[in-house]
Design a protein around this ligand. Structure first.
Ligand code: S3P
Length: 440
């Protein structure tokens, strides 16, 4: 990884833009399309490195996939038992979602497989997935608790009634996917609501699934029928612009066709509690997922105690929410967000280090952060060089901070921005951010 962002201070955001497709939904469209009967047509697919990793894994499992071509993908489904043994190791790159959901799906196959990932993914915890799968009868081995993951052919899986200890959509999804291959019923109960794209999309592929409060149940042995999937713009990518336009005086920006699944909109709720001016325009439903255009105008933000129930619903947006907090008047306190420590980087430590380097009064805690924001329209950040530790969301969050900096911000190791947001630099420049990418 060699490139850096150089972002000039100041600016305001204007116009209309559509950020790339939702990463969570893109991964799932390939996975469910692959094990369905028939041809699944996807539009709005995220052409980012993470979703491409998933695509390549399924090609290695014998699935014919056309595209991506301007967001269009055709998945020639092979049916529940049509995947072929892979010739080599299945490389998930930087994508935790790919690896964890694949563990669930591959645990029920009649062939063995090995999953690997890049340096960051190789540090991430996998026991949270392997434990329930092993309880279902899967044969999974990891070196310690981290990748690579070796899966031996299972004789048979049995359903489980799983009380999930961490609020994780990836763990929930892995267990449900394994449940499709298991005897009897599989249930997952979550400690707090997490994104429900797997459940919604399974429904769209014809799987019967029951939700009762925090518990979701499916019966094994069901078949999936091919579907048409329209992937909305990723609210997690839109979040950088929601914060950017909120903190840059004079901004007025419309974000088009943003996914508004209620398990993903915590970032809007949190920003509104801080005083943000976000208008939801033309709410509609597209292929089982709510979608809307969002108009965001600059506003005077103030610090808040982030409500605990919103944390899991905004988990990927905290890097940029910390930037918003540094601009807001008064103190912002985030607790109950310990999961941030096991994302693509330790996002509590990485953000606290970067914010301190920019002169922000930020204090990392075990499960969150306390930030004293400056308020008003004066610069909230100094000039500095920031280490992103190869984490896409950290890199983009600090790029947004430059809008309220007193001098240029340089962000190192930004190549992984392409995992979730290909074209970020061009889109951000067009909207008014003084950003450039340089080899460094
Ligand atoms: C994801 C779930 C979230 C999120 C990740 C994508 C998914 O992780 O952080 O970026 O697509 O299921 P959890 O498994 O911690 O919920």
């Amino acid at each position: 990884m060699t490139n850096s962002f150089q972002v000039g201070p100041g600016g305001r955001l204007e116009g209309r833009l559509r950020v790339p497709g939702d990463k969570s939904i893109s991964h799932r469209s390939i996975m469910l399309g692959a094990i369905a009967q028939g041809l699944t047509e996807v539009s709005g697919f995220l052409e980012g490195a993470d979703a491409i990793s998933t695509m390549n894994v399924f090609r290695a499992l014998g699935v014919r996939i056309n595209g991506p071509d301007a967001g269009r993908v055709l998945v020639h489904g092979v049916g529940m038992h049509g995947l072929a043994p892979p010739a080599g190791v299945l490389d998930c790159g930087n994508a935790g979602t790919a690896m964890r959901l694949l563990m669930g799906l591959l645990a029920g196959q009649r062939f063995g497989s090995t999953l690997s990932g890049d340096e960051s993914l190789s540090r991430r915890p996998m026991r949270r997935v392997s434990e329930p799968l092993i309880a279902m009868g899967a044969k999974i081995e990891t070196t310690g608790a981290t990748p690579p993951v070796h899966i031996a052919p299972a004789e048979s899986l049995r359903g489980i009634d799983f009380l999930m200890p961490v609020a994780s959509a990836q763990v929930k999804s892995a267990v449900l996917l394994a449940g499709l291959y298991a005897q009897g019923e599989t249930s997952v109960t979550e400690p707090a609501p997490t994104r429900d794209h797997t459940e919604r999309m399974l429904g769209g592929f014809g799987v019967e699934l029951h939700r009762e409060g925090a518990r979701v149940t499916l019966r094994g042995g069901q078949r999936l029928r091919a579907a048409r999937i329209d992937v909305p713009a990723d609210i997690s990518s839109a979040a950088f612009f929601l914060v950017a336009a909120s903190i840059a005086p004079g901004s007025d920006l419309v974000l088009e066709h943003v996914g508004m699944n209620p398990t993903r909109t915590g970032v809007i709720d949190i920003l509104r509690l801080m005083g943000a001016d976000i208008e939801v325009l033309e709410p509609r439903e597209v292929g089982g997922e709510p979608v809307a255009d969002l108009r965001v105008r600059a506003a005077a933000l103030h610090g808040i105690d982030v409500p605990a129930e919103l944390v899991a619903l905004a988990i990927d947006e905290f890097p940029v929410l910390f930037v918003a907090a540094a601009c807001a008047a008064g103190r912002t306190v985030v607790t109950g967000a310990g999961e941030l420590r096991v994302k693509e980087s330790d996002r509590i430590a990485t953000m606290a280090d970067g914010l301190l380097a920019l002169g922000v009064d930020a204090r990392a805690t075990a499960d969150g952060m306390v930030i004293e924001g400056v308020g008003g329209a004066q610069p909230a950040f100094g000039a500095a060089t920031i280490e992103s530790h190869g984490d896409h969301r950290i890199a983009m969050a600090f790029a947004v901070a430059a809008l309220r900096a007193s001098g240029p911000i340089v962000i190192r190791e930004v190549d992984n921005v392409a995992t979730s947001f290909p074209g970020f630099v061009a889109l951000a420049r067009a909207a008014g951010l003084g950003i450039g990418q340089v080899p460094a």
